[in-house]
Each structure stands twice: as C-alpha cells, then as structure tokens.
Write a protein that binds this ligand. Structure first.
Ligand code: GTP
Ligand code: MG
Length: 253
C-alpha cells in the first residue's frame, strides 16, 4: 500500500539510503531490487510501488506500477505485506491481500510504524484482534509489529520470512498427510460432518507452494469451505502457518 514504509524497510535491510523515501504516497514508481547478506545467506529484496485500489488507478503510470508490483510478487519466494499501524488494515490492504493470495506465496504481515503507537502491554494483541475482525484471513499468516524507521524487529521479520520459505520448500511424507486427513475425517467436524465426501488418499505433488493431490469419492462436494478447512488443518498439523496450500482434487483412483 502506498506510504506504508516499504522503501524505508528496504533501506533498513540494506543499511543505506538506496530507495527514495517520502511522506507523499506513490513515491516509488518502479520496483527496485537489491541484495544483501543475512546470516551467510544472500537475500534479494524487492521494493515495489504501493498498490492502490483499482478504482483509483486512473492513468497508465499507475497501471504499469501495479503490473510491476504483481511481477515482483510472482518473482518472490516470500511476500512481506506491509500494513501501516497508524491506519490499520484498510480496504486497499484487503485488495492487496487478495492479489497476494492469488499468487499462493508464503506471506508475512508486518505492521509498520509501530513506534508511532501508544503502547501498553495489551496493544499488540488488541491490534491483532482488530485486524482479524476486519479481515479474518489475516489469521493465516504470521503477524509481526515493526518499525522500519527505527529498525525495530526487522531481524525477526527476516528470520520469519526465511523460516516460512524453508518450510514451503519441504516435501511431506505421504503417510503423514494421510494420517492427518484420516483423523480429521474420523472427528466428523464441520464442514465435513454430515456430508458424503470421502477422501481416500492424498499426496504432495509439488512445493512452493505445496500442492496436495486428493482422491475423493465426489469431487463436486469439495467446496470452498471444505478446501479452507483442510488448508487450515494441514497448516496447523504441518507447521505451515503463512504458507498457502493448493489442492488438486480428482475422483476415485
Ligand atoms: N514513524 C515512522 N515512519 C515511517 C516508518 N516507516 C516509514 N515511515 C515514514 O512513512 C513515509 C513513507 O515511507 P516510504 O518508505 O516512502 O513508504 P513506501 O511504502 O515506500 O511508499 P510508496 O513508495 O509511495 O508506495 C515516510 O515519511 C517515512 O519516513 C516507521 O517505521 N515509523
Ligand atoms: Mg516507496
């Protein structure tokens, strides 16, 4: 989102003023990529133009900025979605979250400008609750409060991004996935309860994003709520928080 502090964060990671920062939204027009070393790893960081709501994209410069921001998402292993703490999650942020989710990239939500928030011991939890209330899918992702300007928790942010990247590249044993799915079906919880859907067999066919191939009795019963539910179940059981899962469903083998 424009003005959330993306260029400031790039500069904080690099340790010098590489990108132009200003209080005027729309400062960065083209993506900038740079590399730096963190814990003996070379990391490429891409700073993008802030994405505006489509209704406000009224000229070609902004249109191409959007296209390039989407290209940056496609190129990335992990996406950091920066939210401005002073405004909280906005409609624009939800739009951006939708764009990120379409890409199925591992994602961290970073709440920036945390230095500007009056704090007591409950602030972060309250803030998180408000975000989840406005946007329940935020629960799918790690949420970290940071200050790009004061370099607060930016190492923790990087560490988290690296961790979910590593996990997204893992291949899980077929037996493990099948045990999880067997157990969840035995429990008869919603939305599986009372339905005739049966999952016979599952296997992981790809990584980053993980693709799970499922063989079921009636593919037409594999609706969105079932898919969501199984995604959450597997994310929890496999420590895949922040990592979207793609399901490929086919009829009985
Ligand atoms: N207090 C505070 N201000 C910040 C922080 N991060 C960025 N800012 C300020 O927020 C404004 C916007 O920062 P930028 O880094 O240019 O934001 P951006 O996301 O790159 O914006 P666009 O390029 O327009 O999309 C600047 O005035 C920054 O100094 C922060 O952590 N704390
Ligand atoms: Mg910028």
């Amino acid at each position: 989102r424009p003005n959330s502090g993306k260029s400031t964060l790039l500069n904080a990671f690099l340790g010098y003023q590489r990108a132009v920062v200003s209080e005027i939204p729309g400062t960065t027009r083209d993506s900038i990529d740079e590399t730096f070393i963190f814990h003996c790893k070379t990391i490429m960081i891409i700073d993008t133009a802030g994405i505006r709501r489509e209704s406000r994209i009224d000229n070609t410069i902004e249109y191409y900025a959007l296209v390039r921001s989407k290209e940056a998402i496609d190129k990335a292993d992990v996406v950091i979605h920066l939210i401005d703490a002073t405004s909280g999650i906005t409609e624009t942020d939800k739009k951006i979250a939708d764009i990120i989710m379409e890409s199925h990239k591992p994602t961290v939500l970073a709440i920036n400008k945390w230095d500007l928030i009056e704090k007591d011991h409950k602030t972060f939890e309250n803030f998180k609750d408000r975000i989840l209330f406005k946007y329940y899918r935020a629960a799918d992702f790690p949420i970290i409060s940071i200050s790009a300007l004061q370099k607060l928790r930016i190492h923790k942010l990087l560490q988290t991004a690296l961790e979910i990247n590593t996990r997204a590249k893992q291949k899980v044993e077929t037996s493990k996935i099948n045990v999880i799915l067997e157990n969840v079906q035995k429990k008869h919880v919603m939305p599986l309860r009372g339905e005739d859907l049966k999952i016979y067999y599952a296997t992981q066919t790809n990584t980053s994003p993980p693709v799970i191939r499922l063989f079921v009795n009636k593919p037409e019963l594999f609706r969105k709520d079932v898919s969501r539910f199984l995604e959450k179940t597997l994310q929890q059981a496999l420590n895949w928080h922040g990592i979207p899962i793609v399901f490929e469903v086919s009829g009985r083998k």
